[in-house]
Write a new protein. Structure first.
Length: 264
């Protein structure tokens, strides 16, 4: 299927590794020009070079930035527009807040989680939305988590702040629908990424078991009995930001191997 992304420009946040990198690669493979951003220069440059090797260097640009900082958010958007003239597709994404129960986090931890997870999504959207409205075409996709539909124990920050992103996106979807702009959320489940490995490490220390045992427990909770792969997640992400998904907006779609047990 031709997704109709050949002439589009996409900005993908936290794209140096994991879900963000896989999503950037999938969108680039459809012919779009892609701007990647992340905090770590070395991993980001490696991701840029590997994606560019398959699609051409002129179509891939990387920007080192910390999206928990408002000035970095503005710089990323400005750089992307300056490089390619516009941003048609925005994929907001951020490393998850630290694990822990309520008593483990003071307000400083909550504020950092808000800045990284919610504010980055809001301010990136604010920066690119005017151009999307002017062209009457745009795709905004927020990478959230299965926690917004079924909270995960020991992840109070993620459970709370990613739910706020969901509320923001669902409301914005209605506001922008008549401008040809869709706004959706994609909810990764337990996927083979560094984030899941970190969660396994944290849980293993708290419970006195091995990370391997924790990962095995995760797999037993999933009807498919395995972790997802980043490329499986990225395939849906590329579709949701495509021309073909023009009548899908305001949705939160899980890629979780059946982990969420609710009906909605």
């Amino acid at each position: 299927m031709d997704l109709g992304l050949g002439d589009k420009v996409a900005l993908v946040a936290a794209a140096s590794k994991g879900l963000g990198r896989a999503t950037a690669a999938a969108i680039a493979a459809e012919g779009a020009s892609v701007v990647l951003c992340a905090r770590g220069a070395e991993a980001l440059e490696r991701a840029r070079d590997e994606i560019a090797a398959s699609v051409g260097a002129a179509k891939v640009h990387a920007i080192v930035a910390d999206l928990s900082r408002a000035d970095d958010v503005a710089r990323v958007a400005s750089d992307a527009i300056g490089r390619f003239g516009r941003v048609d597709v925005l994929v907001t994404n951020a490393g998850g807040p630290p694990a822990g129960r309520f008593d483990a986090h003071d307000w400083g931890a909550w504020q950092r989680a808000v800045d990284l997870t919610l504010r980055s999504a809001v301010e990136l959207t604010r920066a690119v939305l005017p151009g999307m409205r002017e062209r009457r075409w745009g795709r905004i996709l927020n990478v959230t988590s299965i926690t917004v539909k079924q909270p995960v124990e020991n992840l109070i920050l993620s459970n709370s702040i990613r739910a706020a992103v969901t509320g923001f996106a669902r409301t914005l979807a209605n506001e922008e629908a008549t401008h040809g702009i869709t706004v959706n959320n994609i909810l990764p489940g337990y996927t083979r990424t560094e984030r899941v490995e970190q969660l396994a490490q944290t849980t293993s220390k708290a419970e006195g078991i091995t990370p391997t045992d924790v990962l095995a427990r995760f797999e037993q909770q999933i009807p498919m009995r395995r972790l997802g792969e980043p490329e499986e997640f990225a395939a849906l992400a590329a579709f949701l930001v495509s021309e073909r998904a023009s009548y899908i907006t305001g949705q939160s779609v899980a890629v979780d191997g059946g982990w969420i047990t609710g009906l909605y």
